[in-house]
Design a protein around this ligand. Structure first.
Ligand SMILES: NC(=O)c1ccc[n+]([C@@H]2O[C@H](COP(=O)([O-])OP(=O)(O)OC[C@H]3O[C@@H](n4cnc5c(N)ncnc54)[C@H](O)[C@@H]3O)[C@@H](O)[C@H]2O)c1
Length: 311
């Protein structure tokens, strides 16, 4: 049994460096034979395209057969806007946006249809989030900051499913990335980002039902363990969170982007054809724990018990 995406096209929205989950997901889909398009946030996209062109990402692009990961297209996307007319003049005139054409979600859909025809994509991955006030406690978050976090990080997924699903064949798949802060308190995950992730998970269930019945597509989200990506570094607390996580998880290992990428490919594949509306934890089991390991806890579990051994 082999996961084979030959002849399929995948869109990964939220790639602007080779460190985050999006890049690793794009690469694993390419390993599985898919054609891969990516979409990146205009303020970060210019630098990404430059380092890509200069060969600075070649090491990360190296695939298992020695070839380099290729992106079929790189699109600009600001997921805070459904259509270009929603973007304020200051954004449209900003030098990082001005030359990009239509960077809205509808603009992305239209470009893909123009490039690849009426059913341009088989898998859509939403690997993006933004909370302008993420460094503030929820208690100190403004209405504006809170709504901006939900707009960029949650409604963007609704909008993508709403606009792409009618173009996709039954059995196609949508996937987003969420975090445990939606259901447990993770101090320093502020600015309404915890609310945005809670919305994303609830929306996954509703979209799975509605888009499942209307278009026959699947919708899931992966709750990834903590990882020091560029976005996570903005919280200022990721190193401590990662250390705590590693020392208290059932599998005491750092989460890698490849862990998340492998599960993303599986969840988008026909092997997961009956899985939809799910939040899948890809976190070395951390979510299952209810207490930090304390003095003697590991000795207690590791010592040979009185269970009879075979042989
Ligand atoms: N790193 C973690 O610890 C962790 C854990 C669980 C879930 N996640 C989630 O994984 C996803 C990917 O994040 P990551 O940690 O790989 O970081 P990342 O920085 O690689 O990815 C976030 C991406 O979102 C883009 N972005 C920001 N605002 C945008 C907008 N308005 N429109 C379009 N793109 C925008 C950024 O440019 C960036 O490419 C996010 O949804 C994040 O919340 C991360």
């Amino acid at each position: 049994m082999k996961i084979d995406f030959t002849g399929k096209r995948v869109l990964v929205a939220g790639v602007a460096d080779d460190v985050g989950f999006g890049f690793a997901i794009a690469k694993q889909f390419a390993e599985a034979g898919a054609k891969v398009c990516i979409a990146g946030w205009p303020p970060a996209l210019g630098i990404f395209e430059t380092v890509l062109r200069r060969g600075k990402l070649d090491e990360s692009r190296k695939m298992s057969d020695g070839s380099l990961l290729e992106f079929e297209r790189i699109y600009p996307l600001d997921a805070s806007f459904d259509t270009l007319d929603q973007a304020p003049a200051a954004i449209k005139e900003n030098k990082r946006y001005a030359e990009r054409g239509d960077f809205s979600i509808q603009g992305l859909v239209d470009r893909m249809v123009a490039d690849f025809g009426p059913s341009p994509v088989d898998v859509v991955i939403h690997s993006l989030a933004n909370g302008p006030e993420v460094a503030k406690p929820l208690l100190d978050t403004t209405r504006e900051g809170y709504l901006a976090a939900l707009s960029a990080s949650s409604y963007s997924f609704v909008s993508m499913v709403r606009r792409f699903a009618p173009l996709m064949k039954p059995g196609s798949s949508f996937l987003s990335l969420t975090y445990l802060a939606s259901e447990r308190v993770i101090p320093r995950y502020g600015g309404g980002m915890s609310s945005a992730k809670a919305a994303l998970e609830a929306d996954t269930r509703y979209l799975a039902f509605e888009a499942g019945r209307r278009f026959g597509v699947r919708v899931n989200t992966i709750s990834a363990g903590p990882y020091a990506s560029r976005a996570a570094n903005v919280t200022g607390a990721i190193a401590a969170i990662v250390n705590f996580y590693e020392s208290n998880s059932p599998i005491p290992a750092m989460l890698t982007p490849e862990n998340v990428a492998h599960s993303s490919v599986f969840l988008s594949s026909p092997f997961a054809s009956a899985i939809t509306g799910t939040t899948l934890y890809v976190d070395n089991g951390f979510h299952a724990m209810g207490k930090a390991l304390g003095e003697g806890d590991l000795d207690w579990v590791l010592k040979a018990g009185d269970v009879p051994r075979v042989g």
